[in-house]
Design a protein around this ligand. Sequence first.
Ligand code: ADP
Ligand code: MG
Length: 407
Amino acid sequence: MSDGDGGEAAFGKASVRDAPVEGRRVLVRVDFNVPLEDGGVADDTRIRAAIPTIELLRERGAAVILASHLGRPKDREPELSLRPVADRLGELIGAEVKLAPGLVGDDVTALTEGLEPGEVLLLENSRYEPGETKNDAELAERLAGLADVYVNDAFGAAHRAHATTEGVARHLPAYAGLLLEREVLELSAVRDDPSRPLVVVLGGAKVSDKVGVLERFIDVADEILVGGAMCFVFFRAQGHETGASLVEEEGIELARRVLDAAEGSRCELRLPTDLVLGEEFDARTETRELDGVDVPDGWMGLDVGPETATAYAEVIAGAGTVLWNGPMGAFELGPFAAGTRAVAEAVAAAPGRTVVGGGDSVAALEEFGLADRIDWVSTGGGASLELLEGKALPGIEALRDAEGVKA
Ligand code: ADP
Ligand code: MG
């Protein structure tokens, strides 16, 4: 398996560990897209995940310039300023973190030019700039003008070709950060060389985003366990009644394809055999258990039932590798959390290698106090799925190849 030095060849991109940074200005794209609450950072997991790269650069005498997006601002919405993130990062590293007034501009340039080795400057929300998501060439060039070296440590944004994740890398020597590198190694190990049996647990609500992963893993996994709103496209494809359940219509055809593919493969695709129903998507709604999967009119399936949860937990316990993405039900509503909790506990207790991705799945693990019992908790939702599907991620493709790079 690929831990430590052996894995780098498999990755193939130049590492920040080999970047010449002493006395230089290094622009680091981080993923500080954190949840906010009452003007502060509600969960600093993503900030903490970026610290090893930031500290490595400071220790090696680099001046560190950080860039990140936060949310989806339409213009310069002050509620989406990175101010609280700068403050939190400062507390975590025990050093001042200045916040620049923008992503680029004369005042930003002046701030970057005044940076001493070891100092840290955070640029303001990259999506305040309309050119960011358009991967505007001029913006990328201006960004590159702020630094001598570029490091991408924002795995969670690596599937996007934006100015801070892709465009800028064309203008500077570009290296992979420690977190991005570790994410790629952990996830590609599951994709390419899993200990068997490989069990993939897929749920959540973003069905069409995730069906591609199913199509890929039908050929690779030993068992696929489906839960969450994901199961209803399958039930519709099989001709079951789904009542008022959340069904992503465009996913039904894809589900049919996956069912056909599963038919002819050695992979076992499992769907729930019982459900917990509610009348509304609300914690105080009427609830009932359904032994079966034909959802009556006026009801919606909001969790897998206890029989399904027990069966899934048993499969997980016997796995060599477990890959979990997407909650089994509407776990944020108390009456519909049991299925997700059972799966989370089974994954935490599993003797096999366990990898979990997806913002809500990770939030569920945190809520149940189980996150530290998972072998690898990915900071990337969409990015982790695209990597697992075998797609090339633009933010990674744009980095230097490892070949020939020396410290
Ligand atoms: P992740 O963030 O882990 O990738 P998703 O974003 O795809 O997961 O889905 C998480 C959301 O799915 C949760 O908000 C949860 O309420 C919702 N969900 C799960 N099961 C159901 C269901 N049966 N009906 C409606 N929503 C569901
Ligand atoms: Mg989500």
